[in-house]
Design a binder for this molecule. Structure first.
Ligand code: BGC
Length: 434
């Protein structure tokens, strides 16, 4: 039963309370009272039953008012309340056991905000498995691709909902030089290195601590990547804090520190589908606050050229459906957009909108770039939560990050982290409807 009701439902709640309260019921029968159900003003005040009764809401009425039998009307209204009542949710975080990996316990955390939005996160890979977000009618649906069981993630999935590190995106031929020392990384996306290597941050078990605030809940994840893990130098301590706010935002704070010079580029890899994963993302309307891309070769390694995109198939400076021009782009969108930024602060990077459901997702970030990946390599062979086969273009990733192959591109922003420095970035995915 609803405890906190919207104003429009206070009348219904009052009726139900009268029915279950024999004293009041008897008193009402005795006086043969009738309701003025049109007098809404009485019920828009946030008052208790007795104060409402004490006011002028229930009183003998004149002929122009509707006469009703209290019990019959209550039954009708009970049906109405069951259909229309929107329960108020409690801001909470809970934890369930989700299996084991690397000999460590893996958990699945459920974060719920006061609006009923739910985000499920595992400490395996810092993976978001579910985001339940409302459409314009208040209907909650899962708007990310994901799986029910840890086993499915362990089998190997293309980074669904995961944290990516130490280096998000590609490094050419798996090589880079730092302070005159050449390092060799796995070429797990031949001929290049991708998303941290064979066992990147998406496949490790993070230590997790729950957070509870007055208007948000969160999960702090930490992971120590040892010196030369996956070929990267330095013991790198990473801390990623996921926060779900009562504003329907998912905030992701990234922090890292090292004991030797190294490179860092952390990101998050949810495949969003604002239709509730019912259709492909080709009809999603996208705006990117970016005027250029890092031009790439056939292996998706930047050539070093920052190419302006005005008037091209990459121009999302005004809203365009993702599918509108995708046929002209070889394999589909898989490109880093250079954000139109002034300074290093938090900026709006993208708007993603599904006109059918009304869901809008806005991405804010402190990063210099955003990778638009339109799920080009999905092929229907993976079946996710709800038995949905994830076909080509069934999810879109908006990966906020530094540019691909930065360690080999002196003209790109630096990704080098040295001892004594702190890597900090923030990305926010904000959900609303229009
Ligand atoms: C990359 C794609 C890659 C995908 C894997 C994206 O971030 O840009 O090229 O196939 O991740 O899921």
């Amino acid at each position: 039963m609803c405890i906190c009701l919207p104003n429009s439902q206070k009348f219904i709640y009052l009726i139900i309370k009268i029915i279950v309260n024999p004293t009041i019921n008897k008193k009402l029968k005795f006086h043969n009272f009738k309701f003025n159900i049109m007098n809404r003003a009485c019920f828009t005040q946030n008052t208790s039953l007795y104060r409402v009764l004490g006011a002028s809401c229930i009183r003998p009425i004149k002929n122009n008012f509707v006469r009703m039998n209290i019990k019959i009307s209550a039954l009708l209204l009970l049906a109405l309340v069951l259909c229309s009542c929107q329960p108020r949710h409690k801001l909470s975080i809970s934890k369930q056991s989700w299996g084991q990996a690397d000999g460590k316990e893996v958990s699945l955390y459920t974060l719920t905000n006061a609006n009923g939005m739910v985000v499920k996160i595992s400490n395996f890979g810092g993976t978001i498995t579910t985001i339940m977000a409302p459409d314009r009618n208040g209907k909650f649906e899962d708007i990310v691709l994901g799986f029910d069981s840890l086993k499915q993630y362990q089998k190997g999935v293309p980074y669904f909902g995961a944290l990516i590190g130490r280096y998000g995106n590609r490094i050419a031929k798996g090589k880079f030089t730092l302070d005159n020392v050449e390092y060799t990384l796995a070429t797990n996306n031949a001929p290049n290195h991708l998303h941290g290597g064979i066992k990147g941050f998406d496949k490790v078990v993070w230590d997790a601590t729950e957070l509870s605030g007055t208007d948000s809940v969160g999960l702090v994840l930490t992971y120590l990547s040892k010196d030369m893990e996956e070929g990267y130098p330095g013991n790198l301590t990473s801390k990623v804090t996921y926060v779900l706010t009562n504003n329907n935002e998912i905030k992701i704070y990234y922090e890292a520190e090292t004991d030797k010079p190294t490179i860092v580029n952390l990101t998050h890899h949810s495949y969003f589908n604002l239709t509730g994963c019912k259709e492909s993302i080709l009809d999603h309307e996208l705006t990117l606050y970016a005027d250029s891309i890092t031009q790439v070769d056939s292996t998706l390694i930047p050539t070093g050229v920052i190419a302006t995109i005005a008037g091209t198939d990459f121009d999302f400076t005004t809203p365009h459906k993702i599918g509108e021009r995708i046929a002209n782009v070889r394999r589909g969108y898989d490109h880093n957009f250079k954000l139109r930024r002034q300074g290093n602060g938090l900026m709006l990077a993208s708007d993603l909108y599904d006109a059918t459901s009304g869901r809008l997702m806005q991405t804010y970030t402190t990063e210099p770039g955003i990778q638009l990946y339109s799920g080009n390599f999905l092929d229907g062979s993976l079946t996710g939560i709800g038995g949905i086969a994830y076909q080509k273009h069934y999810g879109v990733c908006l990966e906020t990050q530094n540019y691909p192959d930065s360690p080999n591109k002196p003209n790109f922003p630096s990704v080098v982290l040295r001892p004594g420095e702190k890597y900090t970035q923030l990305t926010i995915y904000k959900f609303s409807v229009k």
